[in-house]
Design a protein around this ligand. Structure first.
Ligand SMILES: Cc1ncc(C[n+]2csc(CCOP(=O)(O)OP(=O)(O)O)c2C)c(N)n1
Ligand SMILES: [Mg+2]
Length: 590
């Protein structure tokens, strides 16, 4: 029997690790690896750009709880895939990136796509390795395990062409079991329980780390048993149903401002949580972090003496036991304040959803999409995965679309990265809809519809991936919320826009297009038609409802291009960010 090639050994190592899907973009020499993997029954999803492929692998890692795998060429392929490295690192998603590189003996000669990727990526990954022909399974296994164990993150394997094309020896791969789960020191649990019991206004924050840890049933018990109100972070939505009576998301500001003891489950105290600092938070709040990473404890306003390192499932169960028999008195002034704030904010949102203007507003657009989708797939069924990116598009849609089960909402995440959406949608489709799906959420295993809510700028970052969706027969439904601009457009009608464009072309800086302008009412729906999908251009509520319904039923990718108000008069801003003033200098707690 002929000796196996390096490519065959790499394919086999992936198979033995249980890898079912590889996202990537091939060329010489990695195409041989992709072909070997396909031959072994691994699904290879071939993208149009490594950025989107690497983003997809990170989302697959988050949704399945196992490292997502991405395969790219060396040099420019690695440079493009660095986007995924950054994304995995920022969001703590497990990612294994495999890339080709030049033959070892040609290094420094200006070889084909030569790049010292190990030096480039080492500061940004948990591990970067270059195997020899003899150490392929060992290197791939170590990288896979390292990306997965502890806090998830990126790992990199550099594969020189002579390793891929050489002939090696059969070598078995070590099995990597699911990561061990750490419990808390019982003394700490006692301390935290006492603190929670003595709180006047306790709050639980549920982050995407809790969703990743699949801690939904333990957290549900904790909230049901104690009656403490909870607040999900944008991707922590769905760990408990948004409809849960203790969900205080619509009184977010009042909850953060009023809470005196906050249990933070799998969320970092970064910009998304306003660093745990005033003015958004009560400066006297005691913040208890539960995190898989010890380095997070005490960050910003977290109290390092209260923080717990551990698996959220295990620690929540410990807390449940320790708090058994205790219930928070929900007739407290804190709950009264939260309920009043919820009622006010929900009334404002309901009013906004009814504003019937032409062109449509964001709120009206989303409420029509929501009502139509809910008729076709009630949220309790967990039949829809939402992917959302853009500034206003992501911000406004987040509170309008309820999520009832965990890991059914993906967005631009910790880095607020535009361009992740279509790769994420492809990853979600694979994670939930391939035969023997690796991700679970909600009752049953029926096919899930992937619905993208994309700003027109966000969509533009990776719109070629609509072709990838079409090629693999993915029935993804994409709404492009088209205001002809980044944050907002700058004209009220096409004549005004054309006049600005004329001035720009003529060389005039004043009165021309702004840096945030995009093409006026670009026909984004045509990209779907171009590759065998379906496109709709809609301007009215009736057209939108019809396109949503037909798009939901379609078996091909669908792009619904929704022309909304350009928002010319509005300020350019990302609402989530504009709240934190520089806090007064304080004594450090460490
Ligand atoms: C990779 C990346 N580049 C640039 C930005 C800056 N940025 C923030 S939001 C945004 C796009 C917002 O416009 P759009 O997607 O059309 O959504 P809208 O607010 O108009 O609904 C951009 C480019 C970013 N967050 N990420
Ligand atoms: Mg826009």
């Amino acid at each position: 029997m002929a000796a196996p090639t390096g490519a065959a050994l790499i394919g086999r190592a992936l198979q033995q690790l249980g890898v079912k899907v590889v996202f990537g973009l091939v060329g010489i020499p990695v195409v041989q690896i992709a072909e070997e993997a396909i031959g072994l029954g691994i699904r290879f999803i071939a993208f149009r750009n490594e950025q989107a492929a690497s983003y997809a692998a990170t989302a697959y890692g988050y949704l399945t709880g196992r490292p997502g795998v991405c395969l790219v060429v060396g040099g420019p392929g690695v440079l493009h895939a660095m986007a995924g490295i950054g994304n995995a690192s920022a969001n703590a998603f497990p990612l294994l990136l495999l890339a080709g590189s030049s033959e070892a003996h040609l290094v420094t000669k200006g070889a084909f796509q030569e790049l010292d990727a190990i030096s480039l990526l080492t500061p940004h990954v948990k591990i970067a390795v270059r195997p020899s022909l003899d150490s392929i399974p060992q290197s791939i296994t170590t990288a896979y395990r390292t990306s997965w164990y502890g806090r998830g993150g990126p790992a990199f394997v550099d594969l020189p062409a002579d390793v891929i094309q050489g002939e090696g020896e059969e070598n078995s791969t070590q099995i990597v079991p699911v990561p061990p789960r750490a419990a808390s020191d019982p003394v700490k649990i006692q301390l935290i329980s006492t603190l929670l019991k003595s709180a006047k206004s306790p709050l639980v924050i549920i982050g995407k780390g809790a969703a990743y840890a699949k801690a939904e049933s333990a957290i549900r018990k904790l909230i049901d048993q104690t009656g403490i109100p909870f607040l999900p972070t944008p991707m922590g939505k769905g760990v408990l149903p948004d409809s849960h009576p203790s969900n205080t998301a619509s009184a977010r500001s009042a909850a953060l401002k009023g809470a005196d003891v906050v249990l933070v489950l799998g969320a970092r105290l970064n910009w998304i949580l306003h660093y745990g600092e005033e003015p958004k938070w009560n400066p006297a709040a005691k913040i208890i972090q539960v995190d898989i990473s010890a380095e997070e404890l005490g960050r910003n306003n977290g109290d390092p003496s209260l923080g717990v390192v551990g698996d959220i499932n295990v620690v929540t169960n410990q807390l449940l036991y320790s708090l058994s028999g205790w219930k928070y008195d929900t007739s407290s002034p804190f709950i009264t304040t939260l309920k009043a704030s919820e009622a006010r904010n929900e009334a404002t949102a309901a009013k906004a959803a009814k504003v019937d203007k032409s062109p449509m507003t964001y709120a009206r657009t989303f409420s029509i999409i929501k009502e139509t989708l809910h008729r076709l797939s009630p949220p309790e069924n967990g039949g829809i995965v939402y992917v959302s990116e853009g500034a206003n598009t992501m911000d406004i849609s987040r509170s309008i679309f309820p999520v009832h089960h965990p890991r059914l909402r993906l967005d631009a995440g910790t880095h607020a990265t535009m361009g992740v959406g279509l790769g994420y949608a492809i990853a979600a489709h694979c994670a939930y809809n391939l035969p023997s799906p690796e991700a679970v959420s909600g009752p049953g295993t029926a096919h899930k519809k992937i619905v993208c809510l994309e700003g027109d700028s966000a969509f533009g970052f990776s719109l070629a991936e609509v072709e990838t969706m079409a090629r693999y027969g993915m029935d993804i439904l994409i709404f492009v919320i088209n205001n002809s601009g980044v944050y907002n457009g700058d004209s009220e009608d096409s004549d005004a826009w054309l006049e600005m464009q004329k001035q720009t072309i003529a060389g005039s800086e004043k009165g021309g297009l702004r840096s945030s302008s995009l093409g006026w009412e670009v026909g984004y729906e045509k990209i779907a038609e171009m590759c065998g999908g379906k496109g709709y251009l809609v301007r009215t509520p009736d057209e939108l409802a019809r396109a949503t319904e037909e798009g939901f039923e379609a078996k091909v990718p669908v792009v619904v291009n929704v022309i909304i108000e350009s928002g010319k008069a509005q300020k350019l801003e990302f609402a989530w960010q504009n709240t934190t003033k520089k806090p007064k200098k304080k004594e450090t707690k460490l």
